[in-house]
Design a protein around this ligand. Sequence first.
Ligand SMILES: Nc1ncnc2c1ncn2[C@@H]1O[C@H](COP(=O)(O)OP(=O)(O)OP(=O)(O)O)[C@@H](O)[C@H]1O
Ligand SMILES: [Mg+2]
Length: 518
Amino acid sequence: MTPGHESEVGRCIFREAHDAILIVQPGSLRVVDANPSAQRISGYRRKQLLDLTLQELMESANAEDFSTLSRACESTSCFVSKDGYHLKTVAGARVPIHLSISRIHTEPEPMGLLIARDITKQTQAEEERRKLELQMQQSQRLESLGVMAGGVAHDFNNLLTGILGNAELAGFNLPEDAPMRAHLDQIIVTTHRAADLVRQLLAYSGHARTQMKPLRLAQLVREITQLLRVSTSRNVVMNYRLDPEGPVCKGDPVQLSQVIMNLVVNAAEAIGSKPGIVTLATRVQHCDRALLGSCYLDDQLPEGSYACLEVTDTGCGMDSATLARIFEPFFTTKFVGRGLGLSAVLGIIRGHQGAIQIESAPGKGCTFRVYIPTTDEPVPAPVRPVPSDVAWRGGGWVLVVDDEKSVRLAARELLERLGFQVALANDGEEGLQTYVQKAKLVRAVLVDWAMPRMNGTEMARELRKLGAKLPVIITSGFDENVAMKTFEPGEITAFLQKPYSSEELRALLSKSLPSWNA
Ligand SMILES: Nc1ncnc2c1ncn2[C@@H]1O[C@H](COP(=O)(O)OP(=O)(O)OP(=O)(O)O)[C@@H](O)[C@H]1O
Ligand SMILES: [Mg+2]
């Protein structure tokens, strides 16, 4: 290229380039010329740009970076920036840029030639990719926790069935005022708490059973106020701002009660032993993009009307480092915390296509808002539970099939107390043989779902093939949803979640065998 061409090419590039090109004075870093793209990107007119220095026009993560730029204007080698530089537009926006700087030999003195590339699109794409990666990691974690929770739930619930059954049986044989009774009651309460822990894990992993129906949040809160009272210490004042005609949303009452409980317990724990207030409010809220954007789980949620549950406390609050981690399973700042409460809340709200918003600062208390889409469906009239008949007794044979010895034995004793005779079997195959031997006598079958050799699903199917018309009750430490998927309609009569109490067993049998008068 001849020198004439060179200057023409240079002028053309300066005029037409998509990137911003600035000529700056080394030392002062004052702009002495700017191309049309520099004006377009910054929003300044050329004249305005010539009044500015790079320090005024740009922003860098590090103030020292400007001396690097200044040196680059004087250096013979080309400088290429790393990320972290922004161009400040006339409207006050920050445009991320990549810089390359070289010295050009102009008369009477050399100048710096600065090319700024607008990398907004790349930055957004990178941000998007990072977000996707995080979501992937999160869902992989959920997946593996789900598998683990499912397995733990099964083994754990089997053990708990044995513990609960035996503790209850021991209680039955004790006089009412025996000192031992308090210890047994404690075992029973603790067993229920352990079962609750498994439910939290299942809720977090999204593997828990859901039964969605239209409900009023205010009503739900009211129903569990007593429970909330006993779960918080006396120094905490509970304050309710419930809107009784307020929002109706579609939700699982058991799971949403768990959300309310977990949030209120956390709020009370944040208050500690000092006096404090926990306020629970419900209302309808129109959620626009901006509001949803400030929430967790806002990804594809549509704008619109949401039922809002707000739990505010006057407790210790959180710093940003804690806030960033609160939903991680097993993250806790408490001495005896398990770090599962909010993980479960997140899992449940995700299952309800909802969102969570948090405001907190150290020493300033904390507000959690849960948003769940409202529904136009009417709230069904409450079903009055039929009081179970405590005097109900059964009779005849019940076949109990379970591969866990402690479960078999506890079930046998519980059933015998109800007046049944009990046949036991280790697995489905043995269960079928026993059934055939006693076919005329067996009135109901209580079968574990997961067993070696022949499982509960296969056994129930075989029983129906043999023409058995009796109630088949499936019991499992696995979640009902998981187990029930394996059955055809009509194959089984009921599902009994382990661990079960003698009361639950009795209620279910009295429903399944209503006409026994032996
Ligand atoms: N209302 C609140 N105020 C201050 N910090 C909170 C509040 N709620 C939650 N946190 C913080 O979030 C952490 C995680 O809460 P999360 O409920 O998941 O677990 P935990 O309460 O520590 O244990 P767990 O609920 O399993 O007994 C808490 O340890 C605490 O640091
Ligand atoms: Mg908690």
